[in-house]
Design a protein. Sequence first.
Lengths: 116, 111
Amino acid sequence: GAVVSQHPSRVICKSGTSVKIECRSLDFQATTMFWYRQFPKKSLMLMATSNEGSKATYEQGVEKDKFLINHASLTLSTLTVTSAHPEDSSFYICSAKGLAGGREQFFGPGTRLTVL
Amino acid sequence: GQQLNQSPQSMFIQEGEDVSMNCTSSSIFNTWLWYKQDPGEGPVLLIALYKAGELTSNGRLTAQFGITRKDSFLNISASIPSDVGIYFCAGNTGTASKLTFGTGTRLQVTL
């Protein structure tokens, strides 16, 4: 159990376009989902916390208008990178925390974004 | 944002050897977690620690939550080639679910 999927796994886009990444909890309901980005050979950095039905909470330095997060249901959160630029190229990983009050976060397989 | 310091940054060991890595912080954490990440994949939880002083094992892995609540270590016994990857510690202050990740330890295992 506790499987989290992400789609797409890889995406290449042109500079200036927007890209949407989906994060789904497949076998549990997630009240809270988290979005991280990871640069090559670096650690995971939390971008934002997404709660179902409410606005996301962004970490300091993360532009909320650039990284749009929607958590419309208990099994789906989306991250849209708007007007992407090459410096947005990164590995984006989501995690989900279950309804049952469990303390664990379950991570998705990540999405590799390359902006040309 | 805040990061946890992990050491060593990388290590090359021979198959069969034991491995030890640790994670330190200037802040107190209420939860310590250890993850393994393979290239191009998301992190996978190895061990979760919830109480200061707690020592927990998962197969060949053993981790401890430091008494000061500012550190944790992970040991891997009798390493095998599939242990190769990056190991991250992560901490949670308990006031929110947010995790702070360590800088990572890259493990290479030679035959």
